[in-house]
Design a protein around this ligand. Structure first.
Ligand SMILES: Nc1ncnc2c1ncn2[C@@H]1O[C@H](COP(=O)(O)OP(=O)(O)OP(=O)(O)O)[C@@H](O)[C@H]1O
Length: 474
């Protein structure tokens, strides 16, 4: 636990500066007009000077008050959190904190200038900007002084901090959904050690340059195929999942090697998503094992989950976070060091053409942008295994090509990639190996290079094997 640390909260001045300039302009215009009017209509020089002095004092008060947040910082000390806002401060005892969650609340008008008591929501807003906002919930309501004798009793405060993950760490508070305390304390070094022992995929700075579209396909097709001896990084053995009497996945065994892209194909309801859920720790198999980079996922779930990145079919985001904050949140959840994760986030946002939109809230992203953000989140911790559910669904051709380039670059660095898709042409041109799942069984598995020789093409193989009334045997 880190004690006595200060945290700035005014790095993002986008809401504040325009309002400050507007306020100063209005104050100057108002003072000038009043002085002129007084001189024209009142013939009393001493009174005129007194009015001018009063106006100057009247303007001095907000002129000191308004910029005061720029010179104050929140503080985390032994007792807890001291939220500061200019001259005002609010003491939150450490033991009173129930939760701290990243959030996003849109600031309006003069809100960045003051602490606002929102009576309707029963919330105290101590927010300078929309960046790095945190919603603090107290175990029991506390009473805070608001100045001029006013008081508010609340159990919810909204504030912001430039480096909010560090603030959470200093308070020893974890965002909801992060690992439980005991797990994180017991195992992080061993996970880290394991990661360091393995050959690490290169940083995104080394990924293929997305600004070379003409060479993109050539690069994809020319990517090295894995040799048969490469390490099996993803291994499913006899995986089975039933829902009541219905067997969705039956004794499934498959492997994906380092430097290989494996396409999992199948008709609707074949069992692809169920398989992916079992290999990502979302759905427990009733039989069989999942090994990721040598770790038994269901026996060592925390270590297993550190090995892979997952891009689900429908990614979920905290809509009030910006794209960058979403990635910072994931980096914090994964326990990545702040400085290096910031660099990595910069690299990923640039490579995925999201840099310009990084400060917009995720809920305003288009479908393709959400998909790219989801991919960035999956690549943040440089996983050895990448699992993607229908990654090309809904992407325009350009975005799909960009995604393919990134996946190829990741494959070249030795990652094992498994993706599910309905797009047979993409699977044939892009994957190294394909497996066809039918009624929960893997009924065919073939290297794409030998498809033509054995079956003509993937389409012919797929349709001949997946007739709806076709019986399958284990
Ligand atoms: N939670 C559940 N409860 C009951 N049945 C389920 C559940 N989840 C999946 N199933 C069934 O398991 C079978 C496999 O579903 P799954 O979602 O894995 O298929 P899929 O290959 O991903 O299909 P699609 O291509 O349409 O996404 C389906 O028959 C589905 O109805």
């Amino acid at each position: 636990m880190t004690l006595d640390r200060e945290f700035s909260y005014t790095a993002d001045k986008r809401n504040y500066l325009p309002m400050l300039v507007l306020f100063i302009a209005l104050a100057v215009i108002e003072a000038t007009m009043l002085t002129l009017l007084f001189r024209i209509f009142v013939d009393a020089p001493w009174e005129g000077m007194a009015v001018t002095a009063f106006l100057i004092l009247f303007a001095a008060f907000p002129a000191i008050l308004l910029p005061s947040p720029l010179f104050s910082r929140h503080r985390v000390d032994r007792d807890g959190l001291l939220l500061r806002y200019g001259f005002r401060s609010f003491r939150i005892p450490r033991e009173a904190i129930a939760s701290l969650q990243p959030t996003r609340y849109m600031l309006h008008g003069f809100e960045p200038f003051a602490c606002n008591w929102d009576e309707e929501e029963g919330q105290l807003k101590v927010c300078f900007s929309e960046s790095g906002q945190l919603l603090l919930k107290l175990k029991t309501p506390l009473t805070f002084g608001l100045g001029l004798g006013r008081k508010a009793t609340t159990d919810t405060l909204l504030f912001n901090a430039d480096n909010w993950p560090e603030l959470l760490a200093a308070l020893d508070v974890k965002p909801e959904g992060s690992r439980p305390d005991t797990d994180e304390r017991e195992e992080p070094t061993s996970v880290q050690d394991r990661r360091e022992e393995r050959p690490q995929p290169a940083s995104t700075a080394d990924l293929a340059d997305p600004r070379e579209p003409a060479r993109a396909l050539e690069r994809i097709e020319g990517s090295p195929r894995p040799d048969g001896e490469a390490e099996a990084v993803l291994a499913l053995r006899d995986l089975t999942r039933r829902f009541g009497d219905f067997t969705a996945v039956d004794n499934l065994t498959l492997t994906v090697r380092a430097g290989e892209i494996y396409g999992l194909l199948g008709c609707n309801g074949a069992g692809k998503t169920t398989t992916i859920k079992m290999m990502t720790g979302l759905l427990e198999p009733q039989a069989g094992t999942v090994h990721l980079a040598g770790i038994d996922l269901w026996a060592e779930p925390l270590e297993g989950k550190a090995t892979f990145g997952y891009v689900p079919d429908q990614a979920a985001f905290y809509g009030r976070l910006s794209g960058r904050e979403h990635l910072q949140f994931l980096a914090q959840m994964r326990g990545l060091p702040w400085d290096s994760s910031e660099q990595r986030i910069d690299g990923l946002l640039t490579r995925l053409d999201l840099a310009e939109q990084q400060h917009r809230s995720c809920q305003k992203y288009s479908f393709g942008m959400k998909r790219k953000l989801s991919l960035a989140g999956a690549l943040l911790h440089e996983p050895r295994v990448l699992i993607l559910d229908e990654p090309f669904n809904g992407l325009d051709p350009r975005a799909a090509q960009q995604l393919k380039r990134m996946l190829c670059a990741w494959r070249r660095e030795g990652a094992a990639i498994l993706l599910s898709t309905h797009d047979l042409a993409t699977a044939e041109s892009f994957c190294d190996r394909v497996g066809i799942l039918h009624k929960g069984h893997l009924i065919a598995e073939e290297a794409v290079t030998s498809l033509a020789e054995s079956y003509g093409n993937l389409e012919r193989l797929f349709f001949s094997l997946t007739e709806s009334d076709r019986e399958v045997t284990s």
